[in-house]
Design a protein around this ligand. Structure first.
Ligand SMILES: [Zn+2]
Length: 321
């Protein structure tokens, strides 16, 4: 019988999952809507139904060895989602405890989505032979997973590695966390939009981005405009990369990683974001670290990184036992 795990990626809009073997092959996958379920129990019931359907669609005989879950504000130690900003469920949701009722006897493990991406990078992606690295996810916000000596850093409470909320500027841009000047208000898909709008207001130069509303603007549009030579878009990437690079230089001082991987919407801009980030990081690094730390694009595809990360978490947990 073929051994596999279920990787579940809970997001604000969709919850995606896949049945993944140890080599990273996806045997089958599907998704359900997250945002139509105000009640977590109803969500779980539907998710379980869809997983049953998806399992029955696989020809081979499968033995499910474990379940891994990646979720915003996921707590590894407690198996809970705690005060998630982009989900309907309020307070503390005991996710693994409730899931164990469905997956009788099968271990269920949970962590936040960026930590799951880091484990995915380690098991299936570009960090397969690395023991010290950092994964930065550049989506709506900025998430991070920090791996030291081959282990993800969870901290004493399970919430280590929130680089999105380190401070870039005192009394800077308002952040969804209630504070000001956080890194993700500058460096994320939303952050670069805010930068584009600031530049448009301050400058009179022609830009194809002038006729787009804030809500319609996407990181992809800014990327395409930059490729066509739009000065506002190009400068927005430069500004974003400079801030990210400076903060990565600080981060290197904490764990001295071999590499930093970028993943997510803004990372799809490739060299537009990589080049200013690397330049700024090198300028700001302590000399002993210079020209040693690789900044790379993730080896995982943006489309399935969450599911692969969650399944990698399940495999890693099984290997610990
Ligand atoms: Zn914040």
């Amino acid at each position: 019988m073929k051994k596999a795990v279920i990787g579940i990626d809970i997001g604000g809009t969709y919850t995606k999952f896949g049945i993944i073997d140890r080599q990273g092959n996806c045997l089958n996958d599907s998704f359900i809507n997250t945002d139509i379920y105000k009640d977590f129990d109803k969500f779980l019931l539907q998710l379980n139904k869809e997983i049953e359907n998806t399992l029955s669609g696989i020809q081979e005989k499968i033995e499910i060895k474990g379940v891994g879950v990646g979720a915003p504000n996921g707590n590894y130690y407690r198996g809970t989602i705690e005060y998630p900003p982009n989900l309907h469920w309020k307070g503390i949701v005991p996710v693994t405890e409730k899931m164990k009722n469905f997956f009788k006897g099968i271990p269920v493990v949970l962590t936040n989505d960026a930590n799951a991406a880091a484990i995915g990078e380690m098991i299936y992606g570009g960090a397969r032979n690395m023991k010290d690295f950092i994964v930065i996810t550049l989506g709506t916000g900025l998430g991070s997973g920090i791996v030291v000596n081959g282990e993800l850093v969870y901290g004493h409470d399970g919430f280590a590695g929130e680089l999105g909320h380190i401070n870039v500027k005192l009394r800077g841009r308002e952040c969804g966390c209630g504070r000001k000047g956080c890194l993700e208000t500058y460096v994320s898909a939303t952050g670069i939009k805010r930068t584009v709008f600031r530049f448009l207001a301050e400058r009179i130069v022609e830009s194809e981005l002038r006729n787009i509303s804030f809500n319609d603007l996407t990181a992809k549009m800014i990327t395409e405009a930059a490729h066509r030579g739009d000065p506002i878009a190009i400068d927005a990437f430069e500004f974003t990369g400079r801030i990210l690079g400076a903060k990565l230089a600080d981060t290197v001082a904490h764990t001295s990683p071999e590499a930093i991987f970028l993943l997510g919407g803004l990372a799809n801009a490739g060299e537009l974001i990589l080049n200013p980030t690397i330049r700024s990081m090198e300028e700001n690094l302590l000399p002993i670290y210079r020209n040693k730390v690789k900044v790379l694009l993730s080896g995982l595809s943006d489309l399935n990184a969450g599911v692969m990360g969650a399944s990698a978490l399940a495999w890693k947990e099984l290997e610990k036992k």
